[in-house]
Design a protein around this ligand. Structure first.
Ligand code: BYC
Length: 480
């Protein structure tokens, strides 16, 4: 079989030979109606009949894996795609380092693997649920299309995890696959598993921040799972990462375009003080301090997704060869970490200090550090735009101690620079750091849909280039 080509003949496009794997094929076909019903109930509200110019994966060849065409979203061909196998791949880290990568689930790690796959799977439909109302307020057809592209691909990522559960985990895998369709983001009784996936995505600035910050956690976690000694998981995640890049592009360029429009409007109106918020808002754009507050919110919520700084789960997952580090294959050490240490930010006598911890226990912290470096690259590009206009303002990532609900700093209140605050100080000042009710109301007031071809809402600049090199007046969504 040519692994790069995808079989499109059956109900479920795939490059995993489903045609010859009757048991798994039936299991997935049985799961399919429940998925479609979930999509219709919880997917993008109000646009299921519209024709959307979407990319669909037709190959896993990095040089040309997607085709673009108009599709009604419920008819999107969600498929099961694995990156090509690396011949003779070896487990790259942990106590099994150097042994052949597993093609079946090792019995002793079954529960650990299943848990990680289920958590990964749970985030995918959760994000679709969080974003389901945004179509109604899209700032352009271009943005509307990008939202839907992200949504259908998160749906495909759910398929990716469900394939692993159905193929490798028998009856309990089937149960978990069902449960993935039952939980709901923000539901009081059956919430999604991780905190940030139960928060609201109420407006488009939040959507762009989410795809910038939270999808980037997706990238980091998928990179770590792509190193897995369990080869089907590794190959699945490697292909998901190809799609993930576009999601972060949507986030980064979305925020860039908002910043661009704000700066242009300020310049045109002769406003040089970025804190002249009332005057800037009158121009119909979002002031930079409010953009900063949204960044503070989404960054801090996303840091929680890395788990505790010191984690036995993370140590076990690494030691067992199940979850590696960010780009493990490029790191130059023994890949065992048994006697190494890693500096972890901890609270010592009420102060935030770097403390050396056993490297194995500190793996969540290490991945989070890599994540912060990656975020800062994008933030640097935002700041270049502001600098270009000569406006004295810089977007800055807040301290990792700020606004945390998981880990070392959940017990304290801190400002964005990491200075600790009393509860009373926090109550008084949180509106300086996080979007206040009036900030939210202002942003909401701007969220008026723009559905005319080639037009953009007042608060966001057009993109530099179109999707699939389409011209500025391309009708990305034919609204039905
Ligand atoms: N919320 O030992 P610890 C994406 C739990 S995003 C609630 O520190 P561990 C995407 C934890 O489960 C990427 N609970 O945790 C983005 C544990 O519970 P148990 C998603 C939390 O295991 C945008 C207990 O606290 N993928 O793809 O080291 C759109 C002790 O914690 C949270 C993954 O996350 C939380 N935030 O690390 C669409 C990869 N944090 O076992 C998609 C798979 C921790 O005591 N998951 N807990 O009941 C993992 O690798 C790990 O489970 C975590 C947590 C990194 C999440």
């Amino acid at each position: 079989m040519n692994i790069a080509a995808v079989d499109y003949d059956g109900l479920i496009p795939n490059n995993v030979g489903l045609g010859q794997d009757v048991r798994v094929k039936h299991a997935l076909e049985k799961w399919h109606p429940g998925y479609i019903s979930w999509w219709n109930d919880m997917g993008p509200e109000g646009f299921q009949e519209s024709l959307v110019y979407l990319r669909t994966a037709v190959s896993v060849d990095p040089k040309g894996w997607a085709k673009f065409d108009y599709v009604r979203m419920p008819e999107y061909r969600w498929g099961v795609l694995l990156a090509p196998a690396v011949p003779d791949r070896k487990i790259p880290f942990g106590r099994h380092k150097g042994e052949p990568a597993w093609q079946e689930v090792p019995g002793e790690y079954r529960a650990l693997l299943r848990r990680l796959i289920v958590i990964q799977g749970d985030t995918e439909p959760a994000s679709v649920e969080q974003q389901r109302h945004l179509g109604k307020t899209a700032p352009s057809l271009y943005d509307l299309r990008n939202l839907f592209q992200v949504n259908v691909e998160e749906g495909r990522h759910l398929w990716a995890m469900v394939y692993l559960l159905q193929k490798y985990f028998g009856a309990d895998g089937r149960e978990e696959a069902e449960a993935l369709l039952q939980r709901r983001s923000g539901d009081a009784d059956t919430p999604r598993m991780l905190g940030a996936f139960n928060e609201k995505t109420p407006d488009w600035l939040s959507f762009f921040m989410f795809t910038f910050f939270t999808d980037r956690d997706g990238k980091m976690q998928l990179e770590a799972l792509a190193q897995s000694g369990f080869d089907p998981l590794s190959r699945t995640c490697r292909f998901m990462l190809t799609e993930e890049a576009h999601h972060m592009f949507v986030g980064e360029t979305g925020v860039t375009r908002i910043i661009q429009k704000t700066c242009e409007a300020m310049k045109e109106a002769g406003i040089s003080d970025p804190y002249d918020i009332a005057a800037i808002r009158k121009l119909g754009v979002i002031d930079l301090p409010t953009i900063q507050k949204k960044a503070n919110l989404h960054f801090s919520l996303t840091l929680d997704l890395f788990g505790n700084e010191i984690s036995t789960n993370a140590a076990n997952a690494f030691h067992s060869g199940i979850k590696g580090r960010f780009r493990e294959d490029r790191l130059k050490d023994d890949h065992l970490l048994e006697s190494d240490t890693y500096p972890v930010l901890r609270l010592v006598d009420g102060k935030i200090e770097n403390v050396d911890a056993p490297a194995l226990s500190a793996l969540n912290m290490r991945l989070r550090d890599d994540y912060v470096v990656d975020c800062n690259v994008g933030v640097g590009r935002w700041n270049k735009v502001i600098e270009g206009f000569g406006i004295p303002f810089q977007i800055k990532l807040p301290s990792v101690a700020f606004h945390r609900h998981i880990g070392e700093f959940q017990s304290v209140k801190a400002d964005v620079d990491g200075n600790q605050l009393t509860e009373a100080q926090w109550a008084e000042r949180q509106g300086d750091f996080l979007p206040s009710d009036s900030d939210r109301e202002f942003i909401e007031s701007l969220m008026q849909p723009e559905t005319e071809v080639g037009k953009f809402a007042s608060w966001i600049a057009p993109p530099k280039v179109g999707i699939d090199n389409k011209p500025g007046d391309f009708e990305y969504v034919k609204i039905a």
